[in-house]
Design a protein around this ligand. Structure first.
Ligand SMILES: [Zn+2]
Length: 554
């Protein structure tokens, strides 16, 4: 049973968008108007309730995360804000915006404009409302969701994408140029907003408005999934059975892009669960169905690279619509912008790990190091890696990684310092010595000073098989009293070396016994009892045999 029905009287089609935890308050009309889909394409889904209900939280100590340095990062997105002075969003009526709130809003917008790379302008509807419940700082979400079948470039098929991301992939306005992609409401009743530019000046009694705007834009860009858990109390979140969990949007259903990356503790994707089911309800509230430790985790490659592993999501034991699932776990990530509560006295103006999450969803971000080239060539049994950058921004350096070609995880070889921030081209070289013969993949993990990491393309190089032995010429040659030659073998083995005359008769043994791998063995041919003439030194091991000619003169 759906939890709400569409309000379009022309159709009695019930919208089965059970999933998204975008319920603001139980009892609020959460209708999604769903136009009839065309053949082969899912129609967009208007989203009439917010992703996030960001609650106030008391002072827990000051935390300051300044916005990322803007001067070094070019603007790669355009976000325009319509500051509504009338009408309503999510049923909350809007009133005129104070200038200082708009100034803080503009700074948050400009931070995101420097961080994401949007292939299409983004419009945002912003409502300053006295009607939000007290204790709520703000709410937001995408205006519509678009199915992967309805635009080009979606990384996952059968999946719903927030309109700003869908537009960016399509490079066109899927929702009409006069419509916003993100909508947000902010609490106009609070007397304890901090609107200032200086993050260090937010007091223990104030909520930083710029942080709240950054947070809500993060949801609007796609930091949100489609999970829900049913309370069994009539307003069916799934099918009306208490504690059942469900995922998915639309009819027929499909997951949101975010859902693809969420796993329970034992690395079981949520998409593998029966939907709806009690098991899904268990894992969505932090429990386990597989004997693991419980908990929800985001497992996207960019998040894993930046975080050093999967990242914990907020999964309290009681499902909390507007908080659960679509935020970082606040205990694991007390400094992250996208945690589910914002305490007073905190200015977290850098989206940090949320940027990696958005990248996993499909956003192209501004890459802080502009690669020009990365090459690997073999030189005398070593591999020479060379790379160049056109510019660097807050680049701590490069971790050099390798593995046997196409085989398993990369291993770390070394770290090479970067140039920090520069607009000058930089060249780097690194010699990889002592690799056993074979084919290898190499890549660089470029790490920002804030820990954000990016991988270079992978390049290949082959270290040639070393010869099974090396045997020097005899020296001197011709010889009078004695001559020497030197042997090296790749593998340890017994070696027999002897001198033979022109008739093939052995005249002297030079070596008989084991030779260690890579050790040099020097052998001496003594001339005292030998007549003048031509001799051959024959060296035989398990893996090779070789001969050298020498002339003895008196
Ligand atoms: Zn939120």
């Amino acid at each position: 049973m759906p939890n709400y029905t569409e309000t379009n009287a022309a159709s009695s089609w019930t919208v089965a968008w059970q999933g998204i935890p975008w319920g603001l308050v139980t009892g609020l009309l959460l209708g999604l108007v769903a136009p009839e889909p065309g053949w082969g394409q899912q129609a967009p889904r208007p989203v009439d309730r917010p992703v996030c209900v960001l609650p106030e939280a008391p002072f827990q100590g000051k935390k300051i995360r300044p916005a990322p340095e803007k001067s070094a990062r070019p603007k790669t997105a355009t976000i325009t804000v319509n500051y509504r002075s009338g009408g309503s969003i999510y049923g909350y009526s809007c009133s005129a915006w104070p200038q200082d709130a708009k100034d803080a809003f503009g700074r948050a917008v400009s931070t995101w404009e420097g961080l994401i790379d949007a292939g299409h302008p983004i419009a945002m509807d912003a409502c300053w409302s006295t009607a939000l419940p007290s204790g709520t700082l703000g709410s937001a979400g995408p205006v519509t969701l678009h199915h992967s079948s309805s635009f080009t470039g979606a990384p996952k098929s059968g999946t719903w994408y927030p309109v700003a991301l869908a537009n960016s992939m399509e490079g066109a306005d899927l929702n009409g140029s006069s419509n916003a992609e993100i909508q947000a409401v902010f609490n106009a009743n609070k007397s304890d907003w901090y609107f200032g530019a200086d993050p260090g000046a937010v007091s223990a009694g104030e909520h930083d408005f710029e942080t709240v705007v950054l947070h809500e834009i993060g949801h609007g860009l796609g930091f949100t999934g489609s999970a829900n858990v049913d309370d069994g109390a009539g307003d069916d979140e799934c099918r009306g059975t208490a504690d059942e969990g469900c995922l998915g949007i639309g009819s027929p259903e499909g997951p949101a892009a975010y859902d693809h990356f969420v796993e329970e503790d034992a690395a079981v994707s949520l998409l593998n669960y029966t939907d709806p089911s009690a098991d899904l309800g268990t894992v969505l509230t932090g429990g386990t169905t597989s004997g693991g430790g419980g908990g929800l985790f985001f497992n996207g490659s960019a998040v894993v690279a930046a975080n050093g592993g999967v990242a914990a999501l907020y999964a309290p034991s009681t499902w909390t619509a507007g908080s659960s699932f679509s935020h970082w776990d606040q205990t694991a990530f007390p400094d992250e912008l996208m945690k589910p509560q914002l305490p007073r006295g905190q200015a977290l103006r850098d989206p940090q790990l949320a940027l990696s999450l958005l990248q996993d969803l499909g956003w192209n971000q501004t890459i802080p190091v502009e690669w020009v080239a990365f090459d690997a060539v073999t030189a005398q049994g070593d591999v020479m890696l060379t790379w160049q950058t056109a510019s660097e921004t807050a680049n701590a350096g490069f971790r050099i990684e390798h593995r046997p070609r196409g085989d398993g995880a990369f291993a770390v070889l070394d770290f090479v310092d970067g140039a920090g921030t520069t607009t000058e081209p930089q060249s780097y070289r690194y010699r990889v010595k002592g690799l056993p013969p074979g084919a290898y993949d190499f890549r660089l993990k470029q790490i920002d000073t804030d820990g954000t990491a990016w991988y270079s393309p992978t390049v290949e190089a082959t270290v040639a098989l070393e010869a099974p032995y090396r045997l020097s010429p005899v020296y001197p040659n011709p010889m009078r009293t004695a001559a020497r030659l030197k042997l090296r073998v790749r593998e340890a083995q017994p070696v027999y070396a002897a001198a033979y005359n022109a008739l093939g008769r052995r005249v002297q043994t030079l070596h008989a016994g084991p030779v260690a791998a890579h050790a040099a063995v020097e052998m001496t041919l003594r001339a005292e009892q030998l007549p003048s003439g031509v001799y051959f030194v024959r060296v035989e091991g398990k893996t090779f045999s070789a001969a050298r000619r020498v002339t003895l003169v008196r």
